[in-house]
Design a binder for this molecule. Structure first.
Ligand code: NAP
Length: 291
């Protein structure tokens, strides 16, 4: 297997599949359409919104961009979301979060139509994952990890997977996805005892790092032959974007040939927007089937 498990070939393969499915939908008279929903002017959210709009236009999707002012009331925000839910043309809605603190996020997101929940944030989507329903929407970052492993032919059956991080958006959905793929899974978090964490990491076949502790996990945590999926994103010691895995120290200390890992940037994050837009296609196809 290659040492660097790059996201680009995975994204390109899924891109091809999406384009074919969009072509088929358009031939049937259905134009996939995505909506983005943002409150306020957070720079990170605007960056993600732009990336989604750009990719959506590359696939030939229509896009509706909803931006509400920072001081919008709860009632106005809920009304704007309801309008997107009810808009027959829109197949998927991306809620850009976190919302301003004044907004009751839980109340707002609970209104999102599960049929349009392309980012898998509703209880229905979590429930579908829990019960292993194949047709649900799944959290894109966690799914990106799974797609990378699938692309590089990693068979998860019976493998010991250790996930470090238990957030609702990454660690927890990944736990269910790994279990559904018949892996044996250990989840570690900030309260895991240091010795338990080190033992688990050393004994794992596959490690997923999702903590945000940039370049924290160096060569002393791992052994030859392991696969590391690095979800973390932050600023490394040199000021450049880096993951949780300290790949530079590994390369200095050990033979890089003896470990497979996803680079940051260029790994997990490369695939997530594509998976989000694949969910728009999934939603459009589902709507076509049910008409
Ligand atoms: P989060 O909500 O802050 O969760 C971090 C998790 O790490 C928590 O479960 C926390 O444990 C655990 N943790 C913190 N310190 C730890 C320690 N010393 N030992 C073991 N576990 C520890 O973050 P997130 O949203 O899951 O994101 C995690 C990382 O992934 C971040 O760097 C984020 O930027 C990145 N990310 C990347 C993408 C992408 O597309 N590439 C997407 C989403 C997120 P507790 O639960 O006990 O607090």
């Amino acid at each position: 297997m290659e040492t660097l498990l790059r996201g680009a070939p995975v994204r390109d393969a899924i891109d091809g599949e999406i384009k074919l499915r969009v072509k088929k939908l358009k031939a049937e008279g259905c134009d996939p359409m995505v909506a983005t929903f943002r409150i306020g002017d957070d720079a990170g959210e605007q960056y993600y919104e732009k990336a989604v709009i750009k990719r959506a236009s590359e696939y030939g999707f229509d896009c509706k961009v909803v931006v509400l002012p920072e001081d919008v009331s709860q009632e106005e925000a809920e009304a704007a979301l309801r309008a997107l839910n009810e808009n027959e043309r829109i197949h998927g809605i991306l809620m850009l979060m976190p919302f301003p603190k004044r907004i009751d996020s839980e109340a707002l997101t609970s209104l999102l139509s599960p049929e349009k929940d392309i980012d898998a944030i509703t209880d229905t989507s979590y429930s579908n994952l829990f019960t292993n329903k194949k047709d649900g929407f799944f959290a894109c970052t966690a799914e990106s990890c799974m797609e990378i492993l699938r692309h590089y032919d990693v068979d998860l059956k019976g493998k010991h997977v250790v996930i470090v991080g238990r957030s609702l958006r990454v660690g927890k959905p990944l736990l269910m996805m790994m279990l559904n793929a018949n892996a044996t899974v250990t989840v570690c978090h900030s309260r895991t005892k240091e010795g338990d964490l080190r033992r688990a990491l050393y004994n794992a076949d596959i490690v997923v790092l999702a903590t945000g502790l940039t370049e924290y996990y160096g060569p002393e945590f791992f052994r030859d032959g392991q696969i590391i999926i690095d979800v973390g994103t932050g600023r490394g010691k040199d000021g450049k974007m880096a993951g949780d895995f300290d790949s530079k120290s590994w390369e200095q200390d050990k033979d890089p040939e003896h470990l497979c890992y996803t680079p940051v940037p260029g790994g997990v994050g490369t695939v997530t927007t594509t998976l989000l837009l694949r969910n728009v296609v999934k939603a459009a196809e589902r709507k076509q089937r049910n008409q």
